[in-house]
Design a protein around this ligand. Structure first.
Ligand code: MN
Length: 311
């Protein structure tokens, strides 16, 4: 029997955790598992440390059930898409199952379902469900599809393989609302997010003969636009699309002197390795970190130095 099946079987109260600032992959995999556990007639709770979650995820089934405080008596915790334990945002007192696909994942769980070849954590979970002949209902399929379409950037990244489409086809057959996922994750935006994108793009700077572009998001941008943190992502992707650019990064203050860095690359430049230098991690083409500094420019300079070292 699979170790996770046994753990689910033995548990009385299961805690399901999406990571800090959850994306569609973390929330989609967490909610697909939540839906499955409901069918087992087990006590189950959903937790995410971030109170201001991206409202674009609210179309996901059971999204409104996510709480921002820990329940008391859980005896099994499951984390989804968390490359590092600190991304959970809480200290846990129970057994932990770590379900993920980040290359930086250090197998911090008591049980680890980590497949770094998977395009999304929802694929890791999909494979688990399929291997163990667990039937997918339409709600689960929509949740799994959301993570797949988001992490593959609408089936466009290098990790998108024939099996990615086979999984997508199977999920649609199981009732996944693929049109809804694409509409909510790629087509729907707020005026605040468009204004934020304009501000970031207007101040983006090219370096190293146009191979590198930096996007610094100053605190005033948030105050002036009313945008969410997640609204910065599109500008980052678009600057990576520039024809000369092979490395795009974004820096923004989170709290006081805490700076969040997002790194994106083309041509196989290893972003996970670069993020490790700043105490973070992630994937080859996409990684991130949080560090302390007095100014965004200070970290900008250090990142460019790191880039020069690896090229
Ligand atoms: Mn993911």
């Amino acid at each position: 029997m699979h170790a996770l099946l046994k753990a689910l079987d033995d548990a009385k109260h299961i805690l399901i955790i999406a990571h800090l600032n959850p994306d569609a992959d973390s929330m989609g995999s967490a909610l697909a598992m939540y839906t499955h556990v409901l069918r087992l007639h087990k006590k189950v709770s959903l937790y995410c440390v971030t109170e201001n979650m991206n409202p674009a995820l609210s179309f996901l089934p059971f999204f409104s059930k996510v709480k921002h405080y820990l329940p008391k008596d859980y005896d099994l915790a499951l984390s989804f898409d968390c490359g590092a334990m600190k991304r959970l945002g809480v200290e846990l007192e129970s057994q932990l199952v770590n379900i993920d696909h980040h290359v930086s994942n250090a197998n911090y769980g008591d049980i680890n379902l980590v497949d770094t070849s998977a395009i999304s954590t929802t694929q890791v979970l999909y494979d688990f469900f399929k291997t163990n002949e667990i039937k997918l209902n339409a709600k689960m399929a929509t949740c799994l599809y959301a993570g797949l379409v988001d992490d593959s950037q609408n089936f466009s990244t290098e990790k998108t393989k024939a099996r990615t489409f086979l999984m997508a086809a199977d999920l649609v057959e199981c009732g996944a609302d693929n049109a809804l996922c694409t509409k909510e994750l790629f087509k729907t935006r707020s005026l605040a997010s468009i204004r934020m994108k304009a501000k970031i793009l207007a101040s983006a700077k090219l370096h190293c003969s146009g191979k590198v572009i930096s996007n610094l998001v100053h605190q005033s941008f948030f105050e002036e636009t009313g945008a969410y943190e997640v609204d910065c992502e599109e500008a980052l992707h678009e600057t990576l699309d520039l024809c000369t650019v092979e490395f795009a990064f974004m820096l923004r203050f989170t709290k006081n002197t805490r700076i969040k860095g997002s790194l994106r690359s083309k041509n196989g430049l290893d972003m996970n390795k670069m993020a490790l230098v700043f105490g973070g991690g992630g994937h080859v083409h996409s990684a991130g970190f949080v560090c302390d500094a007095q100014s965004l420019e200070e970290i900008e300079e250090k990142i460019i130095q790191e880039y020069l070292k690896i090229t």
